[in-house]
Design a protein around this ligand. Structure first.
Ligand SMILES: *Cc1c(COP(=O)(O)O)cnc(C)c1O
Length: 356
């Protein structure tokens, strides 16, 4: 492959030559036997990754498509949005644009959502659903998923919607045992696939809810996905290249072993953390709530982040992120998700030293 700028931003991330080659295979008809075999072949491994016995659906959309779908399928009237950063904050706006009554459980950027606060809010209002981002990519905060799920399970009438876009496949997220009603992820983060595709799975409770909700539309109707999945198909013509690429990545994940894959993310993340500490930087997220897939570095040294990014790219063909939205320049983000190894992350850190 010709030299290119390698992405260490928290999505899209670097896609390997092997994955790109799988993506570029010849087309097949999406109602024919070859497609159905491909679809059926990847299901068991997807179910293992999701920790579910439910079918795993393939959506030709970026993650926001499924996030909007979650609201349209699962919210009759009222939703509570857990908000702790750019992606989770946006969910409130999207819910209102979908015509739903939406309320905020807001914490300051950099802080996690606390299970006790969620419990108090759920006890006080009749919500149809709650939205949660597991790993808030803008702030590098990983919310305490197990504790939050434990609280949510006390409210059986509330559907728990979890976005694991930037954590999925980098750590175990057992959907069924946690009691998650909708778990979704996008292709371009830890799965290290090209952008424009998402995966999600829906609990029986969520299907039952969707049956009661009008105006689900067509493209993202969960019941359409379920009906088509029974025949190993998607409701509409999918991005077939993504599904080939996904199969290729699943081959890699299971050859490496999921436990090894999770451990690799912990190790590469620890390398970044060590760099942050020894170079005199701070973390934007508090101890105990830091993402394992990306690090949001607080710019307490007040370096010229834009200048650093420019040098890193011009000199080393490496791309990092200069901070999201209102914390641009006050933070910068380094991703270790996807196919990255100690070698590639080590190289990034040496190049950062060179440019600082
Ligand atoms: C990247 C990201 C999204 C948005 O994904 P799109 O592919 O742009 O739709 C949503 N949630 C989280 C947590 C993300 O990191």
């Amino acid at each position: 492959m010709t030299p290119h700028d390698r992405l260490f931003i928290p999505g899209p991330v670097e896609v390997s030559a092997k994955t790109l080659a799988a993506f570029a295979q010849p087309m097949m008809g999406h109602r024919g036997p070859d497609f159905k075999e491909l679809y059926a072949r990847i299901q068991p491994r997807l179910q293992e990754l999701f920790g579910t016995r439910q079918p795993v659906f393939l959506s030709t959309s970026s993650a926001w498509g499924v996030m909007e779908a979650a609201l349209r399928n699962l919210v009759r009237r009222r939703v509570l949005c857990c908000m702790c950063g750019a992606f989770s904050d946006k969910w409130l706006d999207v819910a209102r644009r979908c015509g739903k009554e939406a309320e905020a459980l807001q914490v300051e950027w950099g802080n996690p959502i606390e299970a006790a606060a969620l419990e108090a809010r759920l006890a006080g209002g009749d919500f149809d659903a709650v939205t949660l981002i597991h790993n808030e990519t803008s702030t590098g905060v990983m919310n305490p998923l197990a504790e939050i799920c434990e609280v949510a399970r006390k409210f059986p009438e509330v559907a728990l919607i979890v976005d694991s876009v930037s954590s999925f496949s980098a750590m175990p997220i057992p959907m069924d045992s946690l009691g998650i009603d909708l778990l979704l992820t996008g292709s371009q983060k830890a799965l290290a696939l090209p952008p424009g595709f998402s995966l999600f799975s829906v609990s029986e409770k969520a299907f039952a809810r969707a049956e009661q909700v009008a105006d689900r539309g067509f493209y993202f109707d969960f019941l359409e996905f379920r009906k088509n999945a029974e025949g190993d198909m998607t409701p509409t013509t999918p991005s077939i290249g993504h599904i080939h690429a996904l199969e290729s990545q699943l081959d890699n994940f299971f050859a490496e072993g999921l436990a090894n894959r999770y451990a690799r993310h912990v190790r590469t993340n620890a390398l970044v953390h060590e760099w942050v500490r020894t170079r005199g930087f701070d973390f934007f997220a508090p101890e105990g709530y830091r993402s394992v897939t990306l690090t949001c570095v607080k710019n307490n040294r007040e370096i010229d982040v834009a200048g650093l990014m420019k040098n890193l790219c011009e000199k080393h063909h490496l791309v990092i992120d200069g901070g999201y939205g209102k914390i641009k320049g006050k933070t910068f983000r380094l991703s270790n998700m996807g196919d990255e190894t100690e070698e590639t992350v080590g190289h990034l850190l040496r190049c950062l030293d060179d440019c600082l």
